[in-house]
Structures are given as structure tokens and as C-alpha cells.
Design a protein around this ligand. Structure first.
Ligand SMILES: [Cu+2]
Length: 287
């Protein structure tokens, strides 16, 4: 992952927080339901994000784990899980990203909750193996400086657990991420959903779910992501940050009737384009 991802992700989801005062954001967030449900057997870890820090545990038992991201704002944030080789820290990762060049070989993306509106929550659930990790935030509003350079780095260690790993939940819907498309039904029923997100591509992919403002379309969001002109046509309501190839995770959301759009902001190394411009965006109608 590179800064271009951070810049565009922030561009696409950041100005929502930038341009909408918190009270208005909270009001419009009847569009943006919070965590809909819990995953049976998962250890729940609450991460609090604010400008510009994460608060959360530094030691987590291995196994099926739900990260709940509570964004205290006022800016927007996500929580990308990074698996680090022993001896490396989140600060090392931030320094490597800041230095540019290819992603360091000692760090691998591992999902995590994607962007909710300020004052709201998102969640992501996956199996954590023992080892050395960090949470980072690539969002770079309001000044184009990614939040991981401002302190949004949180180191944690996953320690072996004595209990068996809980089974994966049964999803209501599967989102298959490919190079470069989202494969899922184009219509969904309103209500609580447990999404299974699987990366069957060769590159890392993420899913950021948006609820479109009335009358706005996926093309409006795509155009806005490039131009940043005017108010954002959609509200971010969570998803899963970058997963590695073959990786999978779950997130829950309560969907109201309306049009939703899925975006992947990850950059393609060959073309330098962002995955949504290569086809990783999709409209889903909820009724
Ligand atoms: Cu992608």
C-alpha cells in the first residue's frame, strides 16, 4: 500500500468529515447505522480513534476477534491491522511508508474495520494468529498528512489462547474481491447483515461501504473522489480495510433502504490507478 491509497482514501471519505460539522454528520448518520450485531464466540476488542491517536489493548488473545472501531472524531479514521515481523514496530512501519518505495517485506496487511462517520462505529472480525501487530490509520485529512504520521499507530501483541478458535460466523452475504471487481448480489434486503469478505485476487483489496445521498450515484462518487468538488455524495459506513490475497474477514452492518456503493481504494502497482477506477466499485440496492 502506498500514500496514493492514503491520499485517495482520505480524499474520498475525508471531506465528508471535513465539510460536514460534527452535529450535522451525526444527524445525517441516520444514514449510517452502527454495529448491528455481535459474532458468537468472538473476543471483542474496542478501539477508540480520535485526532490523532488510537486507544486500545496492547495484548490480545489469539483467535476469532471482533475489532470495534469507535470514532470519537472529529476527523474520520479507519484501523488497518498490520502484521509485523518480530522486532518491528508501528513506528518503523510509519517511517518506511514515509520514506516511500515499495511496501516493506516485514509488514503485511491483515484487515481491520474501515471508515465509519465520526461519532459512529464500524467493525471487522477475523482470526488473529499469535505475533506482533500494529493498527495504523492512512486517512490524511485535513492537511494531506496521513494520520499514521501524526501518532495514529498502536502496537499490540497477540498471545496464544488456551481456548479453541471459535468457528467463523454464518454470513448473510459474501463479498468476493477480485482483480478488479466486487462480486456480490446487486440487491439486498434491508436489515442486519453479516458480510463475509474474501480476497480471491492477487493483490490486497479492501471494501469501503458507502450509503449514497438521495439521487446520487456511483459515478458521482467516482467523479467526486477525483475532483473533491462540492459536498461528498455519500456517507462512509464501514467495511474491511486491506486484506491480503486469500484472506477473509467479516463485518456487520444494519442497512436501511437505499443505494449503497462499495469501493476499493488500493493502488494497482502496474498502472498506478486505484482499484475503483479499474472496476472495483459496485452499486447495491437495499430494499
Ligand atoms: Cu482492490
Amino acid at each position: 500500500m502506498g500514500l496514493s491509497k492514503a491520499l485517495v482514501l482520505a480524499a474520498a471519505v475525508g471531506c465528508a468529515a471535513d465539510e460536514v460539522p460534527p452535529s450535522t454528520a451525526a444527524d445525517s448518520a441516520t444514514n449510517a447505522p452502527d454495529v448491528a450485531g455481535t459474532i458468537t464466540g468472538a473476543n471483542v476488542v474496542t478501539i477508540r480513534a480520535r485526532d490523532f491517536a488510537f486507544e486500545g489493548p496492547t495484548e490480545i488473545p489469539a483467535g476469532l476477534t471482533t475489532f470495534r472501531l469507535a470514532n470519537a472524531g472529529p476527523d474520520i479514521h479507519h484501523a488497518q491491522i498490520i502484521k509485523l515481523d518480530e522486532g518491528k514496530t508501528g513506528a518503523d512501519f510509519a517511517a518506511a511508508i514515509k520514506a516511500g518505495g515499495p511496501p516493506p517485506s516485514w509488514a503485511r496487511v491483515a484487515g481491520g474495520p474501515n471508515v465509519p462517520l465520526p461519532g459512529h462505529e464500524s467493525n471487522a472480525t477475523s482470526v488473529l494468529a499469535p505475533g506482533n501487530y500494529a493498527l495504523v490509520c492512512f486517512v490524511d485529512t485535513p492537511d494531506k498528512v496521513p494520520h499514521l504520521f501524526k501518532g495514529m499507530v498502536h502496537n499490540f501483541r497477540v498471545v496464544p489462547a488456551s481456548t479453541p478458535v471459535a468457528p467463523d460466523p454464518t454470513p448473510t452475504t459474501t463479498i468476493d474481491m477480485k482483480d478488479f471487481a466486487f462480486d456480490l448480489p446487486i440487491t439486498l434486503a434491508a436489515g442486519a447483515h453479516t458480510f463475509r469478505v474474501v480476497n480471491s485476487g492477487a493483490q490486497p483489496h479492501e471494501v469501503q461501504l458507502f450509503k449514497m445521498m438521495p439521487g446520487k450515484t456511483m459515478r458521482d462518487l467516482q467523479a467526486w473522489a477525483h475532483s473533491l468538488a462540492g459536498p461528498p455524495p455519500a456517507a462512509p459506513i464501514g467495511g474491511v480495510v486491506a486484506l491480503p490475497p486469500t484472506g477473509h474477514a467479516f463485518f456487520t452492518a444494519s442497512l436501511e433502504a437505499g443505494d449503497y456503493v462499495l469501493f476499493c481504494f488500493f493502488p494497482d502497482p502496474a498502472t498506478k490507478k486505484l482499484h475503483f477506477d479499474l472496476g472495483m466499485m459496485k452499486t447495491v440496492k437495499v430494499s
